[in-house]
Design a protein around this ligand. Structure first.
Ligand code: PLP
Length: 382
């Protein structure tokens, strides 16, 4: 009897989904687990998509995407990220997740090791499992604003088989924004150990303090792939558009992978993305200001309840310390749904470092966020 691929059968499910499914069985749950903007896509972007559909942008595009959209991406990369690439050095993808996966497919062979942050976005590990790659986790340091433990990372990077370093700033689930010196060190570690560096910058625009620094602006020996998303900055999660930029020969490989995976990103979405990148950016500033105001409220509540680890400087998540109540954040999150009607993401889904923490999403309406955080504080102190 034929059997399906064991590595997929045995792949761990995202704990966020598990809690979402549990919470979906009740109608009175406050949802603080989901990481997607609660704003509508700005009208000018939706209108551009409607116009594109009627103008015939309904066919396949080149694997890399429509040239005029890639040109608007290169202008944005130059202006906002100090990354200077040609339109041919960009692949437009179906969300950052697609760009990250295709980049890994292009770089990694079975058995190679991918260095991942702990805690970090669970999908990285799922991608590694899909590719039969090894996972090597480098710690982020809570007491230092969740920047990477550079000494430990350096040691892991020196191990045989290490091939790709994934970094994520602003970070999910930590809200860390790595300062310039850290990005410089990370680029240096990649160079010294001859690793590829994939930089997941999908929260690049959502920064409350500090500056976002793209590693692609600091290195010129072609080992960095810079991945971006339209989902978070422009409240476009369902449109599915991201992009990846890098050195020509690497980008050509990513485009080659794009052919059998999705062929091209959705044509109408690409035109919507162009309108987003070229249009008025005040929508991004307004949404970011809103996440920041919500962060301030949650930080105060967690601080007075003794659960604050540190203040996120970007993205739209905050980690809460629940270790006084439990060292099994899965069990705690299930109990919080059952007893308090609040859904949060269990820290363990982001890696072993998440044992005694849960993640709250700031992409939630302020009233729900306030009540949900208060109930979380009560649950830990009971
Ligand atoms: N990278 C990180 C760290 C994320 O948190 C997410 C989405 O939650 C993504 C990538 C995927 O973004 P996209 O919607 O562009 O696929």
């Amino acid at each position: 009897m034929a059997v399906p691929a064991p590595r997929i059968r045995d792949m761990k499910r995202s704990g966020i989904r598990e809690i979402m499914d549990l919470a979906a069985q009740r109608s009175d749950v406050l949802h603080l687990e989901v990481g997607q903007p609660d704003f509508a896509t700005p009208t000018h972007i939706v209108e551009a998509a409607c116009a594109a559909a009627t103008q015939g942008y309904t066919t396949y595009t080149a694997n890399k995407g429509l040239l005029e959209v890639r040109e608007s991406i290169t202008a944005k990369l130059k202006r906002d990220n100090a990354i200077d690439v040609a339109a041919d050095d960009v692949v437009i993808s179906c969300g950052a997740v697609n760009a990250l996966f295709e980049s890994l497919v292009a770089l990694v062979s079975p058995g190679d090791a991918i260095l991942l942050p702990d805690p970090g976005w669970p999908n990285y590990e799922m991608m590694a499992d899909t590719l039969s790659a090894q996972v090597s986790r480098y710690p982020l340091l809570p007491d230092e604003g969740y920047i990477p433990d550079l000494e430990r990372l350096d040691a892991l990077a020196a191990e045989p088989g290490a091939k790709v370093l994934i970094i994520n700033s602003p970070g999910n689930p930590t809200g860390a924004v790595f300062p310039r010196w850290v990005i410089e060190e990370l680029v240096d570690i990649a160079r010294r150990h001859d690793l590829y560096l994939i930089s997941d910058e999908c929260y690049e625009q959502i920064v409350f303090e500090g500056e976002h620094v793209s590693p692609g602006s600091l290195e010129h020996d072609g080992r960095v792939l810079s991945v971006f998303s339209m989902s978070k900055s422009y409240a476009m999660t369902g449109w599915r558009m991201g992009y990846v930029a890098g050195e020509s020969s690497l980008i050509d490989l990513v485009a080659k992978v794009q052919e059998p995976v999705v062929s091209c990103a959705t044509s109408v979405t690409q035109k919507a993305g162009q309108a987003a990148l070229e249009g008025d950016q005040s929508c991004v500033r307004e949404m970011t200001a809103s996440y920041r105001a919500r962060r301030d409220v949650v930080v105060d509540l967690l601080r007075s309840g003794g659960l604050l680890i540190n203040e996120p400087k970007g993205a739209f998540y905050i980690l809460a310390d629940i270790s006084a109540a439990s060292s099994d954040s899965y069990a705690f999150a299930r109990r919080l749904v059952a007893e308090k009607g609040v859904a949060v993401a269990p820290g363990l889904t982001f890696g072993p470092a998440g044992a005694g923490v849960v993640r709250l999403s700031l992409a939630t309406d302020l009233d729900q966020l306030r009540t949900g955080t208060q109930r979380l504080v009560e649950a830990v102190s009971q």
